[in-house]
Design a binder for this molecule. Structure first.
Ligand SMILES: C[S@@+](CC[C@H](N)C(=O)[O-])C[C@H]1O[C@@H](n2cnc3c(N)ncnc32)[C@H](O)[C@@H]1O
Length: 171
């Protein structure tokens, strides 16, 4: 019976921050606990050379987790991310797009996604202030084009960073 109902994934135990993070940042349900385990394993073993990229940052749940794991495992890799912050409705694949959030006729998709992007900014500033990620509002295609061309990006801080380093980890 134990074997039958045993979880088929591993999870991190005894990390109070990761336990709290799920209820602290928008996006619960998007980050499987097995993925948390695998990200932790990958970041423990990542080479110190090169950068990490994340495509699809949403409200910052996975981003804050990665920032935390980088600190926890004393890794200095630069961490870049990108998101278009465009609403993806449940019925969009059936070509029945609406301008409103699913199940509502009074909340615009654009307003909802502004809320998600602002949540991303607020949650990373709060939880990852010592190693903020370098996040861009771009499609993955445009982001990877800039990466291939090794473009330099100016951050809000005024500092410039060169894209195009080796990529030991893409999430
Ligand atoms: C499932 S959510 C990501 C959840 C996030 N990784 C987390 O764990 O909190 C998917 C995200 O990918 C973004 N996205 C989808 N297609 C994209 C694309 N082609 N370029 C950039 N972002 C994209 C969406 O805007 C959305 O925020």
């Amino acid at each position: 019976m134990f074997k039958l109902f045993k979880k088929r994934h591993r999870q991190i135990v005894n990390d109070k921050f990761i336990k709290r993070l799920r209820s602290a940042v928008i996006g619960e349900g998007m980050l499987h606990e097995g993925n948390v385990y695998l990200m932790d394993l990958a970041l423990q073993n990542i080479s110190n050379l090169g950068s990490i990229i994340e495509i699809g940052c949403y409200g910052g749940l996975s981003t804050n987790l990665i920032c935390y794991l980088l600190l926890k495992h004393q890794k200095n890799n630069l961490f870049f991310g990108t998101d278009l912050w465009i609403y993806e409705g449940y019925e969009d694949a059936k070509c029945s797009t609406s301008e409103f959030m699913d199940g509502r006729v009074d909340v615009w998709r654009t307003d909802f996604m502004c809320h998600i992007k602002n949540s991303f900014i607020a949650s990373t500033r709060l939880l990852s202030s010592t190693n903020l990620p370098f996040t861009m509002h771009l499609s993955s295609f445009d982001f990877l084009e800039k990466w291939k061309k090794k473009n330099s990006m100016r951050m809000y801080s005024g500092e410039r960073y060169n894209l195009g380093a080796q990529l030991p980890l893409c999430i």
